[in-house]
Design a protein around this ligand. Structure first.
Ligand SMILES: Nc1ncnc2c1ncn2[C@@H]1O[C@H](COP(=O)(O)OP(=O)(O)OP(=O)(O)O)[C@@H](O)[C@H]1O
Ligand SMILES: [Mg+2]
Length: 151
């Protein structure tokens, strides 16, 4: 299968890690996530830099990678896309349209220590932007939207 960097984008609880787990094998891809930021209370910047280093390493080694992150802001998506471009690997953006209400309800069932502590409304605003623009002009080779609305 052709080497690809697949960047996931969606709210906490949208189903990104589930999708990554379900698709990694048939895509022949390694999953790189920053989900440990919440469980291990790591310094987010360090965790993101460590994930970036892992993505670069696997791309350089010839593996496809699923980047399992929220990537809600254009700037965040650009960081992963640039890493792929530098490695000469095509990029695919998968946006999870799972609605705010569903994501909040799922997150609320998680243990207190790992629930999302950021701003849901602001995050939902970023998601609306990427859903409206379909990330046009961001340089991804393909963009797809999954999990529309409630599911
Ligand atoms: N397609 C789906 N339909 C119904 N439930 C789902 C679906 N995908 C994931 N879930 C459930 O939603 C919850 C959150 O899923 P998951 O951990 O994959 O989200 P996430 O996007 O990785 O969240 P986070 O950004 O917080 O890591 C899990 O309980 C999972 O079982
Ligand atoms: Mg996850």
């Amino acid at each position: 299968m052709k080497q690809t960097a697949i960047v996931l984008c969606g709210l906490p609880g949208a189903g990104k890690s589930t999708w990554a787990e379900e698709n990694a094998q048939h895509l022949g891809a390694v999953v790189v996530t920053t989900d440990e930021i919440r469980t291990e209370h790591k310094d987010p910047k360090r965790a993101i830099n460590a994930a970036l280093a892992r993505v670069r390493h696997h791309l350089k080694a010839g593996s496809s990678v699923i980047v399992d992150v929220c990537a809600l802001r254009r700037l965040d998506r650009g960081m992963w896309r640039t890493a792929a471009r530098v490695a000469g690997v095509p990029t695919r953006l998968v946006v999870f349209a799972t609605d705010l209400e569903t994501c909040r309800a799922r997150d609320a069932t998680r243990p207190a220590g790992i629930r999302y502590s950021g701003n849901w409304e602001a995050s939902a605003g970023y998601l609306d932007e990427v859903l409206a623009s379909r990330a046009r002009g961001e340089g991804f080779d393909s963009v797809e939207i999954v999990g529309k609305g409630k599911r």
